[in-house]
Design a protein around this ligand. Structure first.
Ligand code: SF4
Length: 358
């Protein structure tokens, strides 16, 4: 369908809505696309978009950041990380500042770079920061399999992987004041695990859930599907991103995850423990687990004063509601993780929305 037609149909259907609707996107790439393409401004007033906990860097606990910073000071340890993690503030400093002051921290685009470095430098202890949702977990699983195959004994994983459906379950269980009416589900995550794990949204909670692509037309089409379902009173979990997502996902990638990880409760920054929401290395791979191998003292870190990231991740506040937004907290000098990550809600609002909506 043409984009103008989709917009007109959304406009038309929104007039029939008996109440304002709130739709939550649970993917930082959606948050960025919504901001970049001014989708919030295109939508009728009755259709409200809320960003949820869709940024893996943002939900990584601050004490883990502090522990990684500690780890980077150990002799012969080399940390490999994706770029987003470098600027996330810990209690006192960042990996970026540690790197500038001489710690061995390298940015990479793939875990394979860290394994290659470990093979070429057997006297070093190479730690890869494994972060992300179901999308990146198969990469971590593959690199562990490759390390096993090559009998690499100086390679470790600092594991921070989390999974998305339990977080949505948690939000729906908790949703008293927020009144979420529907979800835009993450297309990339669903490319791996399929649409089935999101079926509970419509089956148990009677809310529409659409697995959406990332282009403006994808997102608008998904919103149109949601409005039709709300008006018909027939919530379903459906795939809009049909070119990429299948009901059962990618069996190969799912098997990789299941071979390497167990699912256990995990702590989400700003939210707390969520049942069955973390991927943890199976015991038989514990010699790859940096948290077990290295003597890192556990740190009781404090959240930065006045930072509202927790409430923003829960969709209870918007970045404009934080009194530090765009004053003391900017992408150059971030206070909280939501301003750092390329998928963070505050970063998206800072880049795209701050002059449009106040
Ligand atoms: S603007 Fe900065 S301090 Fe405020 S919630 Fe966002 S990241 Fe935290």
């Amino acid at each position: 369908m043409e984009i103008n037609k989709v917009i007109s149909e959304i406009e038309f259907l929104s007039k029939k809505l008996p109440f304002e609707v709130s739709l939550m996107e649970i993917c930082g790439t959606h948050t960025m696309s919504i901001g970049k393409n001014a989708i919030r401004q295109i939508l009728p007033e009755k259709v409200n978009l809320i960003s949820g906990p869709g940024c893996p860097v943002c939900v990584t606990p601050i004490n883990e950041i502090d522990q990684i910073i500690e780890l980077s000071s150990l002799k012969d340890v080399i940390i490999f990380t994706f770029g987003d993690m470098l600027k996330v503030p810990g209690s006192k400093t960042t990996l970026f500042k540690k790197k500038a002051s001489g710690s061995s921290i390298k940015m990479c685009y793939s875990p394979n770079e860290s394994l290659k470095y470990a093979i070429e430098n057997p006297d070093k202890k190479v730690v890869f920061l494994a972060i992300g949702f179901e999308t990146t977990a198969p990469l971590t699983a593959t690199v562990i399999q490759n390390a096993l195959k090559n009998n690499v004994r100086n390679f470790y994983i600092y594991n921070l992987h989390k999974i998305v459906p339990p977080a949505i379950h948690f939000l729906l269980d908790k949703d008293k004041n927020l009144n979420l009416d529907a979800f835009l589900c993450p297309g990339h995550v669903c490319a791996v695990i399929g649409s089935k794990p999101f079926g509970f949204i419509s089956e148990n909670f009677m809310k529409p859930a659409v697995i959406s692509g990332f282009a403006p037309l994808d997102i608008l089409e998904s919103i149109l599907i949601i409005l039709k379902q709300i008006l018909a009173g027939k919530p379903e979990t459906v795939i809009q991103y049909t070119t990429v997502v299948k009901e059962n996902g990618n069996i190969f990638a799912k098997n990789l995850i299941n071979d390497i990880f167990d699912i256990k409760p995990s702590y989400w920054r700003g939210i707390g423990f969520i049942e069955n929401s973390g991927l943890f290395l199976k015991n038989k791979y514990c010699y790859f687990d940096a948290k077990k191998v290295f003597d890192i003292k556990s740190i009781n870190s404090k959240e930065p004063k006045y930072c509202d990231c927790g409430k923003i991740l829960l969709g209870e506040k918007k970045p404009f509601d934080c009194k530090l937004f765009a004053s003391k907290c900017t992408p150059e000098n971030p206070v909280g993780p939501c301003m750092v990550s390329s998928e963070g809600t505050c970063a998206a609002y800072y880049k795209y929305e701050r002059f449009r909506e106040k």
